[in-house]
Design a protein around this ligand. Structure first.
Ligand code: ADP
Length: 432
């Protein structure tokens, strides 16, 4: 940590792309933001940083691990002087009756010695709203939105007071919109009244940005708030009002980007498939398809991909290496190799290609796929990401220092369904 540096906001996110989503919104709200992957083991220079988001993998792991990791992150963030702490989870409140939202929030409150927090999952511009404590995705209740079928955290109840009550022994209450529309003072008074009644967790309604602004104003002095990235965008203005944060003209300003441009795609989501198609339409000779069945036969296909990329990069032409495939093809590979091995072969091939090509001078790297991004980031040994400007909602450019190289690596990590159809080309156009 830099001399005398002290951050305003310290956030603990329960997954990687959720962390980036929050960090992106904090930058949009006017904070200079760093995302760290796991709790940092070394000193980090935070001299020009206003907010740090610690990305954990605590959404679907056993409760004990989630609690311990979150407490370790809290401890580290407190040491960096964070004035407010934010526990970030998904705007669809992804959790089970065992947790992890309730147990983590309880543990954080206990460690802070504080008796109340708010729960603000809403992200109105993405269609996630809360009314009378019920979570909607678009015009459907959460339990009718598709989320009831989620493989790890099936959400079968939209009543968040009830959902959270199953995850905590403490009392759960509601700040509904009737309270919010009376303004921040009235909301604060309501929270205090609930606190007097022993209510530890307050589910908060929010239908639009204005509701989030009122909630941010009402909760800016709370040591811990919890929620989705929507609240994250509303908080920076309150920090400025408190005099904690200066007006920063370009919070997402990065160093000039240099080096070759590479796209690696291991995502088979609809949006990604359309992005691959769009890229190939614009650069018919620019893509190389990797196939797990061929990868399973040894290193030959990977060598061919590497040679292809080198040749394109030396001609300063855009290059895409992709395993992205339609469901039938993915299904066939999974049938032959098993789901895990098919995925692992792709992740490993893309990670090794990333390491080699970055070593050879790629300086602008775009990775498509949540799991794929995790594998690539870990193979490259990346631990911090400075958050830059947004490319598309939820996906910013980021930069990370590279050992042995003066210029940082510019990195955009896109999970499955994010990004417009021209994402693979436009991303590089917006990066200066
Ligand atoms: P998303 O964010 O779209 O869910 P992920 O990277 O998280 O993307 O997950 C995609 C998974 O599918 C990865 O484990 C990846 O290795 C695997 N995969 C990619 N291409 C193929 C393919 N052609 N056949 C089988 N599995 C694949």
């Amino acid at each position: 940590m830099g001399m005398g540096a002290s951050i305003v906001l310290g956030a603990i996110a329960d997954d990687f792309t959720g962390a980036t989503d929050l960090a992106n919104n904090l930058v949009r709200g006017g904070m200079r933001c760093l995302q760290v992957i796991g709790v940092p083991q070394e000193e980090i220079d935070l001299a020009d940083i206003d907010a740090v988001v610690v990305a954990l993998k605590s959404r679907s792991c056993p409760v004990e691990g989630a609690v311990n990791d979150s407490l370790a992150a809290l401890d580290w963030l407190q040491k960096q002087g964070a004035r407010q702490l934010f526990f970030k989870y998904c705007s669809t409140f992804d959790s089970t009756d065992q947790g992890n939202i309730g147990p983590v929030a309880d543990a954080l409150l206990e460690a802070l010695g504080y008796s109340q927090t708010v729960m603000v999952p809403a992200f109105p511009i993405n269609g996630r709203t809360v009314y009378q404590g019920h979570l909607f995705v678009g015009d459907r209740l959460l339990n009718d939105s598709g989320m009831q079928h989620h493989p790890l955290t099936p959400m079968q109840d939209a009543d968040l007071v009830r959902v959270l009550s199953r995850q905590t022994p403490h009392s759960v209450g509601l700040a509904n919109r009737t309270v919010l529309v009376q303004g921040a003072d009235a909301t604060r008074t309501h929270l205090m009244m609930l606190a007097d009644q022993g209510v530890r967790h307050v589910i908060c309604d929010s239908l639009d940005e204005q509701d989030l602004e009122i909630l941010a104003e009402a909760t800016v002095a709370m040591p811990l708030v919890t929620g989705g990235s929507g609240l994250g965008q509303a908080l920076p203005a309150q920090y400025r009002a408190q005099g904690w944060l200066d007006t920063i003209s370009e919070p997402g300003r990065l160093s000039p980007a240099t080096g070759g441009a590479l796209v690696l795609s291991g995502s088979c989501s609809q949006a990604t498939l359309a992005q691959v198609k769009d890229f190939l339409a614009k650069h018919p000779d620019g893509g190389f398809a990797l196939d797990p069945l061929a990868l399973a036969e040894g290193g030959k296909q990977q060598e061919l991909a590497l040679a292809f990329a080198r040749q394109r990069l030396s001609a300063q032409a855009p290059v895409l290496l992709y395993a992205s495939a339609v469901p039938d093809k993915v299904g066939a590979a999974q049938q032959a190799l098993g789901v895990e091995r098919a995925g692992a072969l792709v992740e490993e091939a893309l990670s090794q290609l990333a390491v080699k090509l970055v070593d050879e001078g790629v300086g602008r790297l775009l990775v498509a796929g949540g799991e794929t991004s995790g594998a690539v980031v870990s193979a490259l040994g990346i631990t911090t990401l400075r958050i830059g400007a947004q490319i598309d909602p939820g996906v910013p450019w980021t930069q990370t220092p590279m050992a042995g190289r003066e210029a940082p690596l510019s990195l955009a990590l896109k999970s499955g369904n994010f990004g417009g159809v021209d994402f693979f080309t436009r991303a590089f156009e917006v990066l200066v």
